[in-house]
Design a protein around this ligand. Structure first.
Ligand code: ZN
Length: 258
């Protein structure tokens, strides 16, 4: 940038303190990431994920659309499932950006409603354990982060953290992949035929893919990000029951209306 750049002159004229010389390296390590973020912000301007309007990850009108979205409730394997959003339109766009493109800056937008539902479930059933449906191995490897964990952390679900079940309370049985997990081998294999599969076939392909531990005699709240057919959530419920636990509530970020 030239010394005679008009924006720079205007800044100085407005009385802003002179910036450090460009040749001086930041001494604080975090200053480097701030500097990188600032430069990236110049070449990759932030646009609203919902509508493309510049400057904000999610613009005000799109946040209003989110606020107006109804919550969802249905039964999964006889257990009440609360979903913070219907999985459609703006919600779908945000969830896909978070999960597929690593847009963790969307977590603060999505977290409050999800966290509130988790907190309510744990308040309704004192002492319940919070158990997460394990993400597909392929998705977890690709992302390098767990969106559900980020959402809960952001929501400050303190009660949830205190009551989180031991790691791997619910885990995938090696060699078996639920039929409806995005990125799963089973999904890839049958993707074009998924719609034609009967509900019974989807259930049969999923039963036995999860195993629970450390839940015997406990009340359990099962959480996941997106519930589509519900067969994976139902498999989580089955696995917890098989291990002697009682699923008292399921909570999802978003749910697809069947
Ligand atoms: Zn927007």
């Amino acid at each position: 940038m030239s010394r005679t750049d008009p924006r720079r002159r205007r800044t100085r004229a407005a009385g802003a303190p002179p910036t450090a010389p460009a040749t001086a390296p930041p001494t604080d390590p975090s200053a480097w990431s701030d500097a990188v973020a600032a430069v990236l912000g110049l070449v990759l301007p932030v646009a609203c994920v919902g509508c493309g309007a510049p400057d904000r990850a999610v613009c005000r009108p799109c946040r209003d659309v989110l606020d107006a979205e109804p919550q969802r409730r249905r039964l999964v394997a006889g257990v009440r499932l609360d979903a913070a959003f219907a999985y459609r339109d703006t919600v779908r766009a945000l969830v896909l950006e978070l999960k597929l493109r690593g847009r963790t800056d969307l977590v603060p937008v999505l977290a409050p409603r999800f966290g509130a539902l988790v907190d309510r479930a744990l308040a309704d059933v004192p002492g319940a354990l919070l158990v997460r449906v394990p993400p597909s191995p392929a998705g977890a490897r690709r992302r390098g982060f767990d969106p559900v964990v980020l959402l809960l952390r952001r929501a400050g679900a303190a009660r949830g953290r205190a009551r989180r079940a031991p790691r791997r309370a619910l885990r995938r049985v090696r060699g078996r992949v639920p039929a409806d997990r995005p990125g799963s081998r089973a999904t890839t294999r049958v993707a074009h035929g998924q719609k034609e599969r009967t509900a019974l076939e989807r259930v049969e392909a999923t039963v036995g893919t999860l195993r629970a531990a450390h839940v015997a005699g406990r009340d359990v709240v099962v959480v996941d990000d997106v519930v589509t057919t519900g067969v994976t959530m139902a498999e989580a419920v089955r696995a917890v029951r098989a291990a002697g636990g009682r699923v008292v509530r399921c909570v999802a970020l978003a749910e697809v209306e069947e």
